[in-house]
Design a protein. Structure first.
Ligand SMILES: Cc1cc2nc3c(=O)[nH]c(=O)nc-3n(C[C@H](O)[C@H](O)[C@H](O)COP(=O)(O)OP(=O)(O)OC[C@H]3O[C@@H](n4cnc5c(N)ncnc54)[C@H](O)[C@@H]3O)c2cc1C
Length: 272
């Protein structure tokens, strides 16, 4: 059982800002984290590794500092880390990103069978949820999205049975392997890294693959290979603070009257 987890390094969005001049995310000085959904993909892959004595490969596309995300993933117990990093990849939109990642996956699959690819449901910075389905479509693999439970993996029958999270409930689906799963947060509890694995992760040599290491059509990568145009990016307007009606404890009826007057816009005469 060999799983590949696509892991994106993202800015910690609780602290991220947007440059109003350039309409881009201010990344300087902002801590980077593993996209939270991807952590659940890593955990699911490690669970399968434990169950089937398998292997977990981590695949990340990003600048050289994204190596830190791979090292963290290795510290949980993953076996191999590959960073796709090249100036030629910069400016890639989701179409170009999914193309480059797919070409890397094809190289991995040529080397050894891959049974399941895990992606997060979405990245918390880009938020498009397009990369996972984009990869599955390019590979021609079954894609199972919004996975909230992996009910059974049957290697003999080459099948996986999963639960998908829907607005109105859950859907249980059986699909043939290999398959790509995009996962949501309820899937599992993320483990703590053991000390030996933390040391192993910190010391690990990460393979870096650039443009020359993959079979790529130059017209499909980077900014020039990206048909998406970002018109404008801006933070939502700051919400004004609410109004506090005083005296609720001492005079609840009086406070309720003030509230009712505000809501209906006229004076309320209390019943005697
Ligand atoms: C015109 C344009 C230019 C851009 N230029 C840049 C740029 O220069 N630098 C930049 O960082 N971003 C850039 N972006 C953003 C970039 O396209 C997206 O971040 C990227 O395509 C992933 O999309 P997403 O964040 O919506 O991921 P989603 O589709 O929401 O992610 C879903 C899942 O796919 C996987 N995944 C997504 N991205 C990666 C990745 N990089 N590596 C591994 N797995 C991944 C993860 O499992 C993730 O949970 C640009 C976008 C546009 C439209």
């Amino acid at each position: 059982m060999h799983s590949v987890v696509c892991v994106k390094q993202v800015p910690d969005t609780s602290e991220v800002g947007i440059d109003p001049e350039t309409n881009t995310i201010i990344r300087e000085g902002v801590p980077s984290i593993i996209n939270p959904y991807d952590l659940h993909g890593i955990e699911a892959a490690l669970h399968l590794k434990d169950e089937f004595d398998g292997k977990v490969t981590i695949l990340t596309m990003g600048p050289p500092q994204a190596e830190a995300a791979i090292k963290r993933a290795l510290s949980f117990g993953a076996d191999r880390g590959i960073l796709l990093s090249d100036r030629a990849f910069a400016g890639s939109d989701t179409l170009a990103t999914s193309y480059i990642i797919t070409q890397a996956l094809k190289r991995i699959i040529d080397e050894e069978r891959v049974d399941i690819i895990f992606c997060g449901k979405q990245a918390i910075d880009g938020d498009t949820a397009q990369v996972g389905p984009g990869i599955a479509a390019r590979l021609g693999w079954n894609q199972l999205t919004y996975v909230v439970g992996i009910n059974e993996v049957n290697i003999d029958n080459n099948e996986v049975r999963i639960s998908r999270k829907l607005e109105s409930g859950k859907e249980i689906i059986k699909a043939e392997l290999p398959a790509l799963l995009t996962v949501v947060k309820g899937l599992n509890e993320i483990r703590y890294a053991s000390l030996p694995d933390m040391i192993r992760g910190a010391r690990a040599e990460i393979e870096v693959w650039g443009e020359g290491d993959l079979e790529l059509d130059e017209s499909k990568i980077g900014l020039s290979g990206s048909p998406t145009q970002v018109g404008r990016i801006f933070p939502p307007p700051e919400r004004e603070g609410g109004e506090i009606i005083p005296g609720g404890k001492e005079d609840p009826k009086g406070a309720a009257r003030v509230l009712a007057e505000k809501l209906i816009g006229k004076e309320v005469i209390p019943n005697k």
